[in-house]
Write a protein that binds this ligand. Structure first.
Ligand SMILES: [Zn+2]
Length: 166
């Protein structure tokens, strides 16, 4: 879940809520043709921009029930958490202690714990846990795939953040 195929599988409705002013919009495959079977493009790489306040940070949900979507658009919370799957997960900045010193590891998941576990399982993360925190959305969106799921030195991590903040 997290790509357009996932939205399609969840029922084909993508709900977008502005983090700035909470303006809500619902997309279907008619209004957002990218929602189709087999489209593995990540939804969070889409540049959403609020038409009201110009904010670019959004909350994204995928659901399948148009009645539920209409009620959500009218201001209701999503009734059923399972229907309203939160599809953009936080990106965590994780620091591990290794034989080569402390290293940074950036990975997306629901919780930092899961990000670490998945890293250890696929072999991309080694060493001993020191700390983890979530990167803010704006920053997270600018961190490309190449910088994720791999360990880097604290220096390289700091340079990456520097580049992004500029
Ligand atoms: Zn807005």
């Amino acid at each position: 879940m997290g790509n357009y195929h996932g939205v399609y599988m969840a029922g084909g409705i993508l709900l977008v809520e502005c983090r700035g002013c909470n303006k809500r919009t619902a997309f279907t495959k008619e209004t957002l043709p990218k929602i189709h079977q087999g489209n593995m493009d990540e939804v969070h790489t889409e540049k959403f921009r609020c038409s009201r306040c110009k904010e670019t940070g959004v909350r994204l949900y995928a659901i399948g029930d148009m009645d539920e979507a209409k009620m959500w658009l009218a201001g209701d919370p999503l009734r059923n958490a399972k229907q309203g799957q939160f599809i953009v997960m936080p990106l965590y900045w994780i620091v591990h202690e290794t034989d080569a010193g402390n290293r940074v590891y950036i990975r997306e998941d629901r919780l930092p714990f899961y990000a670490c576990i998945r890293g250890v399982i696929d072999g991309s993360l080694t060493g001993k846990f020191i700390e983890a925190h979530a990167l803010d959305d704006k920053m997270a969106r600018k961190i490309g795939k190449r910088a994720r799921n791999k360990m880097m030195s604290l220096d390289d991590g700091a340079k990456l953040l520097d580049r992004i903040e500029r």
